[in-house]
Design a protein around this ligand. Structure first.
Ligand code: FE2
Length: 290
């Protein structure tokens, strides 16, 4: 059966936080979107960085179709040869983020349980993934929230002196396949995914400047002494984690969230060990930032 786009004139945008995040109402993502609806969704995405669609009933194909309006749906990338081995399911375009295990105790998905520090998806690749789409399937009764920190607001909080001094600086972004904490900066780069990226990026959609450091991923600022780099990064991590620039999303089953990986960072909070949390994720490809 071919689904046809349904014309809708009932799209509305409701801010979830003064500076980041909005709920979109009046859109059924289980159907193709007409041009006018899609334009409104894209405008809201550029403006608010994080969009929330409640009460969606989405198959994998529905989620993939919606994501594809924003770019080619990305294949997942396995860890490099030297990386610590992790149990995971197939490396296709959909990722089940879950702490569920099968009857033998083997994980049925990825990224297991517990807190994760602020990061952006695939900032450690030459072409960071442009957007992420996450669908709520099993939600714990408490915790397991997703935090979104505005890169634009973070940039605004950097001192004018540092903005000027580091205006062309690059940072090393990396990813370690275990734990949700700060990457170990003593790791050999050949054993991890890593990529140099601009410290201050210009978002290709909104053209606004953002601070591109993430508590989980950023190893150092290039071109300056490592101790000084660390001192400056710790200041920047404090900015990123300032509660005034963070929207905290409390999940409901049927939520579809999408966000701009070049406009916000995200993190997750812990939840009770005995409770299951399952979200289905896909991303779309982006372009090199330099
Ligand atoms: Fe993530």
């Amino acid at each position: 059966m071919t689904l046809v786009a349904e014309r809708t004139s009932t799209v509305s945008v409701h801010k979830m936080h003064p500076i980041i995040g909005a709920e979109i109402r009046g859109v059924d993502l289980s159907r193709p979107l007409d041009d006018d609806t899609l334009r409104q969704v894209k405008d809201a995405w550029h403006q608010h960085a994080v969009l929330v669609f409640r009460n969606q009933k989405l198959s994998e194909d529905d989620q993939r179709r919606f994501a594809s309006y924003f770019g080619p749906v990305a294949k997942r990338v396995p860890p490099p040869k030297g990386a610590i081995k992790v149990d995971t399911v197939a490396w296709d375009d959909m990722m089940m983020i879950t702490d569920q295990v099968d009857k033998d105790g083997k994980p049925v998905g990825s990224l297991g349980h517990g807190e994760m520090y602020f990061h952006t998806d695939k900032c450690y690749h030459r072409k960071p993934h442009r957007a992420t789409f996450l669908y709520g399937i099993d939600i714990p009764s408490e915790g397991g929230h997703t935090l979104f920190s505005s890169m634009y607001a973070a940039y605004d909080k950097v001192s004018p002196e540092l903005k000027e001094r580091l205006k062309d600086a690059m940072v090393m972004q990396g990813y370690q396949y275990v734990g949700g904490k700060r990457i170990d900066r003593s790791l050999d780069l050949k054993d991890i995914h890593h990529c140099r990226q601009p410290l201050f990026l210009t978002n290709p959609g909104s053209k606004r400047k953002g601070l591109y450091v993430a508590t989980l991923n950023t190893m150092w600022i290039e071109g300056i002494d490592r101790d000084e780099s660390e001192r400056i990064l710790l200041q920047m991590f404090d900015i990123v984690e300032d509660p005034s620039i963070i929207y905290e999303h409390h999940w409901q089953v049927g939520d579809l969230l999408m966000w701009d990986n070049l406009a916000c960072l995200h993190a997750r909070t812990d939840w009770p060990q005995e409770q299951v949390r399952t979200l289905r994720r896909c991303t779309v490809e982006g372009e090199p930032l330099y």
